[in-house]
Design a protein around this ligand. Structure first.
Ligand code: CA
Length: 239
């Protein structure tokens, strides 16, 4: 049974308080804890609805906290939002691959942090139908039909190779969230293709080209991977 409060795991009191202030202002109950070891104990006792997790922590570090939470059945489904210093891309990648949902880098905008948090919680509520085999994106301009293995852009069928389709599907299953190259490779694996990080990049280039004016939907997240954007202008942006 998960409690409806947010646990902030952050050893810098000023940052913990900043996060707590903004999260509380959005109407969420929030509490902060300054060590990884204490956080694990606290989560066992009172599982929160979401964990905001700093990676650089005394004693047990953030990645280990993430690993332990995702390893245990009782805590596996608790979403994790990583807060990390810039230049720790490899840790972010590891965290995402361990099962963290999203991340922000320090110094972060509290607005962005709150938006990411809401996105995770909304996403969790929508996950009621994970078997959905049809992804309607960009307000219906882009539709992925997994059963029929086909893609339409504004009603026109566009050909994608099985690998390209697999990559697009991997991103479409979690719009708005970054996927690392290894996560993309793992999800496409078995579609009789061996992919490397570099070939993922090459395929993404091709996918973008085929998407035409929707190409900006696939965003490159430097040092981390790719994300399918959730906000698109229906017409060319004016600015
Ligand atoms: Ca820290």
């Amino acid at each position: 049974m998960t409690e409806s409060s947010i646990l902030i795991v952050e050893d810098e009191p000023d940052i913990a308080e900043l996060i707590r202030f903004h999260v509380s202002r959005e109407g969420y109950a929030a509490r902060a804890i300054g060590s990884g070891r204490l956080a694990l104990e606290e989560i066992d006792r009172r599982p929160p609805m979401l964990v905001i997790l700093d990676l650089m922590l005394p004693d047990v570090d953030g990645l280990e906290v993430c690993r332990q939470l995702k390893w245990k059945q009782q805590t596996r489904s608790i979403p994790i939002l990583i807060v990390s210093a810039k230049g720790e891309e490899s840790d972010i990648v590891t965290g995402l691959e361990l099962g963290a949902d999203d991340y922000v880098t320090k110094p972060f905008s509290p607005k962005v942090l709150v938006a990411r948090l809401k996105n995770i919680l909304r996403r969790q509520n929508e996950d009621g139908d994970p078997k959905s085999n049809r992804y309607v994106l960009a307000g219906g301009d882009l539709i992925l039909d997994v059963d029929r293995h086909h893609v339409t852009i504004r009603g026109d069928v566009v050909d994608f190779t099985p690998t390209e389709f697999g990559i697009l599907k991997c991103l479409a299953t979690r719009p708005g969230f970054v996927r690392t190259r290894d996560q993309i490779i793992a999800s496409v694996h078995g579609e009789h293709t061996v992919l490397s990080s570099r070939t993922v990049d090459v395929h993404v280039t091709t996918i973008r080209r085929k998407l035409g004016d929707l190409e900006a939907m696939i965003q490159t997240v430097r040092g981390v991977g790719y994300r399918l954007g959730t906000m698109f202008a229906k017409t060319a942006p004016s600015k």
